[in-house]
Design a protein around this ligand. Structure first.
Ligand SMILES: NC(=O)c1ccc[n+]([C@@H]2O[C@H](COP(=O)([O-])OP(=O)(O)OC[C@H]3O[C@@H](n4cnc5c(N)ncnc54)[C@H](OP(=O)(O)O)[C@@H]3O)[C@@H](O)[C@H]2O)c1
Length: 343
């Protein structure tokens, strides 16, 4: 089975990762690459890591018509720009995995709160499925539109959901402290991402309320039926890729949490709960589609959980392909790296 796919936003960081993974996928075939300011150029002239026949493919304009043969579209575009491409692709009968935030929320009103803009296609919200694969397999398999989760929410929700479902967490004021590599901010030029601005430095940003806080709270409740209040502080680190999230948690039966998480994810190919007391690192997941989770009990009612993902893989392109595999009834591991590029 060969499924022709389009990647819109192919010249960005997540677009480049989609190209790398999909070109090695046994059932997906890259039929169309879309860009914006770089449209008209050969992919290889814009993406230094791109080789082979894909490098000579000419980048189409973002709103150029999609080839009829394309069945699946990945939209790796900035939020707001993505919504229109998603709507166009769906109108043509294509299936879509959207890597942007445009369809991640449960209502246009929450989207507007988080992103400060009115949503141009509120009627599409109903058909979007939030694609946190491990918790939404059945819904993903039957939808035409998957909203791929954000990177910070992925690294937060995977450890949180089983504990919330078990009713073991204090839910008022969960502290989520995250660190991301600079690729998390995308490829477009920004002064505060210049080498001299981020090298030898760590800084918090996005306060008082980063837009991913809404997504975390909405879906923590969405998957567990338990309302939560999350205090989320993201930081940017002088590294290219990787994300480490530390959850400061309190609740009951803390000694059972490690076992509970291990049971919840024991059959999951891409979630690894480390032995009790061991903590994950970004290097151990870089280039893989894995989320590694470590837990340390601090006291009778307190624990710290640390999770690590590669923001461009499990936090973006990898999870997008995992979702696409589910949409096309393929083994969800197809074309996805389990092992990191370590060291
Ligand atoms: N980076 C991450 O770790 C990460 C993780 C999870 C989710 N995401 C989300 O994934 C999406 C893509 O992120 P990214 O980091 O890959 O971004 P990026 O590196 O900035 O790339 C953006 C892409 O979109 C195109 N583009 C820019 N403005 C456009 C417009 N107005 N209309 C159509 N196309 C436009 C660019 O084309 P040109 O280069 O031709 O201008 C480029 O291909 C974003 O919504 C982001 O929030 C990113």
């Amino acid at each position: 089975m060969t499924i022709p796919v389009a990647i819109l936003g192919a010249t960005g960081y997540t677009g480049a990762e989609l190209i790398r993974l999909i070109d090695g996928h046994p059932h997906f075939d890259i039929a169309h690459l879309g860009a914006h300011s770089q449209a008209g150029k050969a992919a290889g002239s814009v993406l230094p890591g791109c080789a082979g026949h894909i490098a000579s493919m000419v980048l189409a304009d973002a709103d150029a018509p999609l080839p009829d043969a394309v069945e699946l579209v990945f939209t790796a575009l900035p939020h707001a720009a993505a919504a229109e491409s998603v709507a166009n692709a769906l109108a043509l009968g294509k299936r879509v995995v959207d890597l942007s935030a445009d369809f991640r929320h449960q209502s246009p009103a929450v989207y507007q709160q988080a992103y400060g803009i009115e949503h141009p296609y509120p009627e599409l919200f109903e058909q979007a499925v939030y694609g946190l694969c491990e918790h939404a397999r059945e819904q993903v398999a039957t939808t035409s539109l998957v909203a791929n989760p954000g990177c910070y929410p992925t690294s937060t929700l995977l450890p949180l959901i089983p504990l919330l479902k078990a009713g073991l967490l204090d839910t008022d004021g969960i502290i989520v402290d995250s660190k991301s590599g600079a690729s998390g901010a995308g490829r477009s030029a920004k002064t505060d991402l210049l080498y001299c601005e981020i090298n030898e430095s760590v800084k918090a940003y996005g306060l008082p309320r980063h837009r991913h806080a809404w997504e975390m709270e909405e879906w923590a409740e969405g998957f567990s039926a338990t309302p939560v209040r999350i205090r989320f502080v993201p930081h940017i680190l002088p590294m290219t890729r990787g994300m480490l999230t530390t959850l400061h948690l309190s609740g009951k039966q803390v000694e059972s949490w490690h076992n509970l998480l291990q049971q919840a994810y024991r059959d999951e190919p891409f979630v690894r709960v480390l032995p009790a007391g061991e903590l994950p690192s970004t290097a151990a997941v870089a280039g893989s589609n894995r989320c590694d989770i470590g837990i340390v009990v601090l006291g009778e009612q307190e624990a710290v959980i640390v999770s690590c993902i590669d923001n461009l893989l499990k936090g973006a392109a990898g999870q997008a392909i995992q979702n696409a595999n589910l949409m096309f009834a393929l083994d969800e591991r197809t074309g996805l790296p389990l092992h990191a590029t370590w060291p």
